[in-house]
Design a protein around this ligand. Structure first.
Ligand code: ATP
Length: 257
């Protein structure tokens, strides 16, 4: 699925013969990543630590290989930048599951594909920012999504997720686990994992940056060093992304291959 083979992270502790193997924990972060930035990376890292992920999958969204689709940059560039940004993260890989889908998949479809790949025992956690979470009820088959993986919602500057009582009413009492206000810990996560799928609310780490800010800064000739890792910054400049003119030319070359 991701094409990358991982070494085991260390010697496994001996297990009694009757103790079941721990269930694999996989964090999923879907996004346009146009471009990927420190907001995405820091939130994935902090959630990986608290939720104890074995794997972290970045999933750039689909865009058809013709130009000007919603003005989103070619999937090739977005994929390449995401790989560059995550190469140093031990447990991270970038998935092509959406990029190579025959047509634009809904998130529920993507998670169903990943569920087949990882099997029924894996704990899949789909991560999203508060801005995505507030629009969740408008997503295609979002109830299916809620039944097929856990959601982790991260606060994001300028966006409110709503109060717990309203969310519990909306998604079901017992489904929403509030880990905000210093309640996030590995133990709190583990104690809630076995009974069904949950929506975890977190406020671990928030960086006030968006891909829109990055694109804007590039187009105005401002530095993006504090928004994206050095290799992504370099990629953006080499391929002329987000600064009018070069961008289109570079995309055409790639798209036509
Ligand atoms: P754009 O500005 O183009 O809308 P974006 O910065 O929101 O892009 P996306 O690729 O759309 O980036 O985001 C992917 C996921 O990451 C979404 O669920 C979004 O809510 C979340 N996210 C992005 N930036 C942050 C941030 N700074 N803090 C928390 N969550 C974020």
């Amino acid at each position: 699925m991701t094409g990358r083979t991982r070494k085991p992270s260390g010697p496994a502790a001996p297990r009694a013969a009757d103790t079941p193997a721990p269930r694999r924990r996989v964090g999923l972060l879907g996004g346009t990543f146009d471009p990927i930035h420190y907001g995405h990376l820091r939130l994935a890292e902090s959630l990986a630590a608290i939720f104890n992920f074995d794997e972290l999958l970045f999933i750039p969204t689909y865009s058809p290989p013709h130009k000007d689709f919603d003005r989103v940059t070619s999937a090739y560039h977005r994929y390449a930048m995401t790989v560059l940004a995550t190469l140093q993260m031990d447990i991270a890989t970038v998935s092509m599951v959406e990029i190579f889908a025959p047509e634009r998949p809904y998130t529920a479809d993507t998670v169903a594909t990943l569920r087949k790949a990882y099997g029924p025992d894996a704990h899949l956690f789909f991560m999203m920012g508060a801005d995505s979470f507030v629009s969740l009820p408008k997503w295609e088959r979002y109830e299916t999504l809620l039944d097929s993986c856990h959601l982790i919602v991260m606060t994001r500057p300028k966006y409110e997720v709503g109060d717990l009582a309203t969310l519990a009413e909306q998604y079901g009492v017992g489904r929403v686990i509030d880990l905000r206000g210093g309640r996030a810990s590995q133990r709190a996560v583990t104690s809630n994992l076995e009974a069904g799928m949950h929506v975890f609310l977190t406020d671990l780490f928030a960086i006030d940056v968006s891909a829109t800010d990055v694109r804007q800064a590039v187009s105005e000739g401002r530095s993006i060093a504090r928004f994206v890792p050095p290799l992504v910054e370099r990629y953006i400049h080499v391929y002329g992304l987000y600064s009018n003119g070069h961008h289109i030319q570079t995309d055409t070359t790639l798209d036509d291959q």
